[in-house]
Design a protein around this ligand. Sequence first.
Ligand SMILES: C=C1C[C@]23C[C@@]1(O)CC[C@H]2[C@@]12CC[C@H](O)[C@@](C)(C(=O)O1)[C@H]2[C@@H]3C(=O)O
Ligand SMILES: O=C(O)CCC(=O)C(=O)O
Ligand SMILES: [Fe+2]
Length: 329
Amino acid sequence: MVVASPNLSKTGKLREIEIPIIDLSADRSEVSKLIVKACEEFGFFKVINHGVPHDVITRMEQQGYEFFAKPASRKQQAGPANPYGYGSKNIGLKGDIGEVEYLLLPTNPLSIDDNSKTISSTDPYKFSCAVRGYVEAVNKLAYEILELMAVGLEAPDPSVLSRLIRDGDSLLRFNHYPKVDGGATSPSCIGFGEHTDPQILTLLRSNDVDGLQISLDDGVWVPVNSHPVSAFCINVGDVLQVMTNGRFLSVRHRAMVNSYNSRMSMAYFSAPPLDATISCLPVLLTPQKPPLYRSFTWAEYKKATYSLRLGESRLNLFKARRDDDENSN
Ligand SMILES: C=C1C[C@]23C[C@@]1(O)CC[C@H]2[C@@]12CC[C@H](O)[C@@](C)(C(=O)O1)[C@H]2[C@@H]3C(=O)O
Ligand SMILES: O=C(O)CCC(=O)C(=O)O
Ligand SMILES: [Fe+2]
C-alpha cells in the first residue's frame, strides 16, 4: 500500500481552493472566457447544465457497479489490461501499482461491442448500449467545450480544436477504489498515483465520494471535492497544453482511497486519431512566444506515454530545441 504525502500547506492547514464551477447554459461568450481562465489557472474546472442526460449517466454507473461487484475470477476474464481490459492494482505496463481496479476501453462502437462480450456474459447488449450512449453524449460535450475554448482563445476557426477529436483514439475508463482497511487512524493511501493525462481533454464523472486531488505549482495537494449535482470535472491533457503553447496547464493529479466509502469514477479521455499532427495553434504564436514544443503525431506521443511510468513527465521529451524554432521560420 502506498501512503500519501499530506496535502498540507507550509502553515499546516489544508489548502482550500474551490475549482471553478461553470454553468454551460450561461451566455456563450462569458462561458468561453471563464473556461480559458480556469484552464490557465488550474487546468481543471467543473461543468453543470452540460447536456449529458441524467439517465445516460445513471445507466452507465449502474453497469460499472454491476461489473465491479462480480467475483474476482469473473472480472479477470476481461483482463489482464494490456493496456485495455480489466486491471486490478497494476496500472499500465511499467510496474505502477495503486489501490484501484479498472476497466479501460477503446470507444469505437465495434470495440465496445467486442469488449462487452467478456465484460458481461449475461447481458453484453445492455452493457454495450449503456457505454455507446454514454460515449456519444460525452463526446458531444467534449466537442462543445473544445469549441468554447477556441472561441475564448480568439482562434479564427472555432472548430480548430474540436475537429481533432473526430474519429479519434478516445478511451473510456471505469475506476473503482474499494474501501481500505484500517479504520479512522489509517493514513489515506494512493488509489491512482500522480500523473498528467496525455490526451486533449478528460471528462470525469464520479460518485459522491471525494478522492481526486490536484497538485498546484508549489507542490501542495488540493482536493477537488465531488459536486452534489451531476457535474463533470474537466481537465486539460498534455496535447492541449502543447496546442496552447503552455497557456493551458495539464496539471498533475491523483486519486486517494479512504476507509469509509468506495469511490467509482468514469473518465472519458478525448484524443485525436493516431495519425493527427499536434502543434501549437498559430493564433498563439508570436515572435516573442515561439513554440515551446516540437510537432509530433498522436501515435508518437502515445508510444512515449506507454514507454514511461505513470508519474514521469513525458512532455519534456517533446520540448522544442532552439534550432527547431529557427527552421520553422
Ligand atoms: C503507467 C501508465 C498507465 C497509463 C500509461 C502509462 O505508461 C503512463 C500514462 C498512464 C495514463 C494516465 C491517464 C489515463 O488513465 C491513461 C489511460 C492514459 O492514457 O495514460 C493511463 C495509461 C493506462 O492506464 O494505460
Ligand atoms: O478516479 C479519479 O478521480 C481520477 C482518475 C484518473 O486520473 C485517471 O483515470 O486518469
Ligand atoms: Fe488522470
